[in-house]
Design a protein around this ligand. Structure first.
Ligand SMILES: [Zn+2]
Ligand SMILES: [Zn+2]
Length: 363
């Protein structure tokens, strides 16, 4: 049988001054395809392989011909971006969320990825364990608490994959001795302070921290004290920032002015004695304190040391060495396992007495 001959045609057309291009093939001589005559008309030969325009059959066109056309406007819907699955998420973690097609750039970004090849899969597992993400079929879908967490974090960098990627990069530099760990910690410290300031600045209004306990006018923040904005009218209410060794930050001040007391106990120091107390504000604007009831330690629990936050006793629990004042809100804790290393009783005691340890090997 003779070969099948088709003319490949490209039609450049103009409709209402908009250029259109159609590609297609015109069957010149069916040749061997005559054998398959019954599935002709667009379904024969290579047209079977796909519906794309490049193989559609076109009628004969003449150069410069012009005809009225009935435009067809098929409607499609755009679909939402595909959900991540394990594979696509792992891939994006490699480049800290950047979609990179350039291979060289991808290689450079790998050093700035989130996690390492050994830890990436377990990072996802932890997110699932903490119920920030759930697995549905093959997809990974954020949960309400996951999205809630992200929306709570105000600092954009803190939740960006870039920051994590950048820190991973610097850890690798440290590994190779190209970057000073002290420098890194200084930068992290600066950044942390910056975040804390921004967060409180966003939510606390220093020009109105609450109602004056004496006259109800707005309390404003001064340099070393909070004071009544109606001082020109003669209100003398002033509350020093420093109270019994406790520095009353604007958030706490707002809490005190709103409730006339602190909602949780705070560490203060009276005559050299550290204690845990709730602070209260009376109608004359005087701040008082009431020592919080300290949980009696269990008979068989021996105090390992003094809590650096509140002066309470540190006792050993199941997973951690913690402050016996936890019921009053003291959150001081030393986990028994830190950075995958056991913290022995001796090390915990050493930490509590000196505030630091000899450098531990393996960290
Ligand atoms: Zn006042
Ligand atoms: Zn404590």
């Amino acid at each position: 049988f003779p070969p099948c001959i088709k003319a490949v045609t490209v039609v450049d057309a103009l409709a209402a001054e908009e250029p259109f291009r159609a590609r297609g093939k015109v069957l010149v001589d069916a040749g061997w395809q005559a054998l398959y005559a019954k599935d002709k008309a667009g379904q024969s030969g290579d047209a079977k392989q796909g519906k794309d325009d490049s193989v559609q059959e076109l009628p004969d066109f003449q150069q410069g011909e012009s005809n009225p056309h009935e435009p067809s406007l098929p409607q499609f819907k755009t679909s939402a971006p595909k959900r991540f699955n394990e594979a696509t998420l792992l891939q994006l973690m490699e480049t800290a969320g950047k979609t990179v097609t350039d291979e060289a750039l991808k290689e450079a970004l790998k050093e700035k990825g989130v996690g390492t090849p050994a830890t990436r899969a377990s990072i996802i597992e932890v997110l699932i364990q903490r119920q920030y993400v759930e697995r549905k079929k093959k997809n990974l879908i954020s949960t309400e608490s996951g999205r809630g967490l992200i929306s709570l974090i105000q600092d954009e960098r803190l939740k960006s994959p870039e920051l994590t990627g950048d820190w991973e990069f610097r850890l690798k530099q440290m590994e190779r001795g190209e970057y000073d760990p002290v420098q890194f910690m200084t930068e992290v410290g600066d950044y942390t302070r910056e975040i804390l300031q921004c967060t409180s600045a966003k939510t606390v209004n220093p020009a109105n921290l609450g109602a004056c306990p004496i006259c109800n006018a707005a309390v404003i923040r001064g340099k070393s004290a909070y004071g009544c904005s109606a001082w020109k009218q003669g209100c003398k209410f002033v509350l020093s920032v420093e109270q019994w060794g406790l520095s009353i930050q604007p958030e706490l001040a707002r809490e005190i002015f709103a409730h006339k007391r602190t909602l949780t106990p705070h560490p203060i120091e009276i005559d050299g004695r550290k204690l845990f107390a709730t602070l209260s504000l009376d109608k004359k604007g005087q701040l008082g304190y009431a020592e919080a009831e300290v949980a009696k330690k269990e008979a068989d629990q021996e105090a390992l040391g003094v809590c650096p936050t509140c002066g309470g006793d540190i006792v050993a629990g199941g997973k951690a060495y913690g402050c016996s004042n936890w019921r009053n809100g003291c959150k001081f804790v030393i986990w028994k396992t830190m950075a995958q290393r056991e913290i022995s009783l001796e090390v915990a005691q050493q930490l509590l007495s000196a505030g630091t340890t000899e450098t531990l090997s393996g960290f």
